[in-house]
Ligand binder design. Structure first.
Ligand code: ATP
Ligand code: MG
Length: 294
């Protein structure tokens, strides 16, 4: 069964695309059939995987507006087991073009249905906004990973995101879970990074990934070579961090799924609920504000 994970945070530059590319590639190198869906008109996932967005004739834009199938927009990448549905700047227009379409929030979910049997994981990279593109991603997803940059004001805006997730869950996708909050761009030399990390852990508890993604120059360089970091420099810290994130995702998803098949519960105390994601109840925004100002 496929697991669809959206990577979302309306804050810009927090590591969404880096996480989408490198989590997906890490799942693929462990031989899990994985698809990346680029839902951001900036198309950074597309270029980061070695495709020129300007050449993407069949892109997620055509898929969302319903002129082609998701299958016909799918490209294979340099990484075995890893495919991509690319984006390009046309996607900016999609938000306006679909505004009057009935069930406009469910277009991506419907389009991806045909692909469910082909993949074990579908990773959706969201734009830095909470508009219709992100709502489509959250409606299509089983769970969401929230990358949070270990910096001052890290919690700012998270209340809005959590609220959007709550609304999507109530109105469109009751099964949407939080896969986890992922600390990114962590600089171990900075006391501030450590303070933010402990604040996030205090606030989100077991919903935070155990792996912290360090600031690593190889992660920043890899996209300019059109490669996930695991192909660019498999031994670097960034590659090892994302392999560890993938291991956590696998542990909390594959293990419970196997256990469900064998009629047993989770095999080793993973912090999971029935769907395998980290147990979650959306904190209220007032809690959020309290946490961010403390
Ligand atoms: N762990 C890291 N170490 C070093 N650089 C990183 C790391 N994670 C991300 N970066 C760099 O930080 C910048 C922002 O990262 P990224 O594009 O993944 O963020 P984003 O949340 O997708 O941004 P946007 O909101 O614009 O889509 C990029 O230049 C990326 O290469
Ligand atoms: Mg991005």
């Amino acid at each position: 069964m496929v697991k669809i994970i959206a990577i979302a945070n309306q804050k810009g530059g927090v590591g969404k695309t880096t996480t989408a590319i490198n989590l997906a590639a890490s799942l693929a190198v462990t031989e899990h059939r994985t698809l990346v869906v680029d839902m951001d008109p900036q198309a950074n996932c597309t270029s980061g995987l070695g495709f020129d967005p300007r050449m993407a004739v069949n892109s997620i834009y055509e898929v969302v507006i319903g002129s082609i199938s998701a299958q016909s927009a799918t490209q294979s990448t340099e990484v075995p087991y890893l495919n991509l549905i690319p984006a390009n700047i046309n996607l900016v227009g999609a938000e306006f073009e679909i505004i009057d379409v009935p069930s406009r929030e469910c277009l991506l979910a419907r389009a991806l249905m045909d692909l469910h049997t082909q993949y074990e994981f579908i990773i959706i990279d969201c734009p830095p906004s909470l508009g219709l593109l992100t709502v489509n991603a959250l409606t299509a997803a089983d769970s969401v990973i929230i990358p949070v940059q270990a910096e001052y004001f890290a919690l700012e805006g998270l209340g809005q995101l959590l609220n959007t997730i709550k609304i999507v869950r109530r109105r469109l996708n009751p099964n949407l879970d939080i896969e986890g909050v992922l600390l990114t761009l962590f600089d171990a030399r900075l006391r501030l990074s450590k303070q933010v990390a402990s604040e996030i852990k205090r606030y989100f508890g077991s919903r935070v990934f155990r792996t912290i993604v360090r600031r690593n120059i190889r992660l920043a360089e890899a996209p300019s070579f059109g490669k996930p970091v695991v192909l660019y420099d498999a031994a670097c810290k960034g590659a090892r961090n994302y392999l560890a994130v993938a291991q956590e995702v696998l542990q909390s998803n594959i293990t419970p799924r196997l256990a469900n098949l064998t009629g047993q519960g989770p095999a080793f105390g993973s912090p999971s609920n029935s769907s395998g994601s980290k147990a979650f109840s959306t904190p209220s925004i007032s809690d959020q504000k309290a946490a961010s100002s403390s």
